[in-house]
Design a binder for this molecule. Sequence first.
Ligand SMILES: Nc1ncnc2c1ncn2[C@@H]1O[C@H](COP(=O)(O)OP(=O)(O)OP(=O)(O)O)[C@@H](O)[C@H]1O
Ligand SMILES: [Mg+2]
Length: 450
Amino acid sequence: MPRILIIDDEESVRFTLRHRFSSRAWDVMDAETAESGIRLADEFAPDVILLDMRLPDKDGMETLRELKKRNCTAAVVFMTAWGSISSAVDAIKLGAEQYLTKPVELVELDALTDRIIETRKLKIENLYYQERMDHPVVGVSKEIQKLHRMIDLMAENADTTVLLFGESGTGKELVSREIHRRSMRRERPFLDINCSALPETLLESEMFGHERGAFTDARELKRGLFEVADGGTVFLDEIGEMPLSVQPKLLRVLETLSFKRVGGTRDIQVNVRIIAATNRELGKAVDAGSFRDDLYYRLKVFPVVIPPLRERRDDIQILTDYFVGQFNVSLKKNITGFTPEAMSLMTGYPWPGNVRELKNVIERAMVLSKNTVIDPEMLPREIVGKWEERHDSGRSTRVASDDKRPLRDVEREYILDVFTSENKNRSTTARILGISRSTLQEKLKKFGIT
Ligand SMILES: Nc1ncnc2c1ncn2[C@@H]1O[C@H](COP(=O)(O)OP(=O)(O)OP(=O)(O)O)[C@@H](O)[C@H]1O
Ligand SMILES: [Mg+2]
């Protein structure tokens, strides 16, 4: 619902406009004085403010200045009984959106406010897509914001070795590709190899290549990953699984940017950046003797940690929107989103498989869904199970010991419940919850409830 604030000292004007906008399904508030209007603008965060030029305590210009000072983002439309060109110009200069003369033509006002809302929507959407284009690593949490800064820093320092830590499915590969894509190495190759997928000798010849006749099957000379990627980036996935025999050779590449092909004697010089990734604590592998400590210390000069999804639940909503958008295109669907119940299950679930699991769950739900919205029935058992148990036993605040959840999840779910059952009316929701509208507003934003 778009929100409008009417600031006018004339009761009849407020009455007419309030009525007009309520019947057009706007959320309306009004104020009689500049002072109370400014206060309401803070609390109510309107999209549009209709502002009378003449108020008992302040004039319209002063009021507008005060609103701007408080970073009010609403589009301000002036109304005046005696319109003069010069004050209109001043008002626009000060950042007002429009200037109408009284008596205000209601049809004209409808068209104007609709247009304002439409442009604001577009602006927000553009910003959103722009940001997304800028960063395919989607997320709004402070953890992801920090990660974006790290990616930028690593992109700028295109020779620095990076060590990425993150559970399976957190986006290690995505992040390393992004570091490469933003760096000045972007025109050169990005090559990756999984250190756990190949037996020792094969891994070695993949990485460093081999000379002709180096071993029985080596009929031809083969250039390795480091040679082919010259000038670019090499991504070593699951570095913790790299066999001990290969580790000193990698250390040498890191220290001197040179190596020998298998079976070769000549040193080959390359210029590559190495990004290594692991989903386990390398320190433990060092303690256990399966990973060389000198290599570990050399690698971890720039550790970058990607936290698991359950530690940044603020990202679940935006990731969901993002994947729904992606799968709408690839699956030729027209899904608008999740029902509040389904979304609440999504945000409450611990996501052991992280973003990859989230993506798979969304794809599956979208394939199954015959509707334009995803409801809990489309979600897999492990996500729905706990919810059913909780709801079957009625709304009890007593919780089984294996079902303890962070307070913020409970808070989110409860706010969502009340908000939905009150038909998304902010005022009544705030009243029921016993918090102010602005606090509610903050919480809705924080939990990504719209
Ligand atoms: N922040 C994100 N924004 C958008 N997509 C993401 C994000 N994080 C992960 N993904 C997507 O989730 C999937 C898994 O990511 P990725 O393969 O990079 O994870 P990983 O950490 O390398 O996992 P593994 O350790 O299992 O190899 C990919 O499809 C990736 O594009
Ligand atoms: Mg991976």
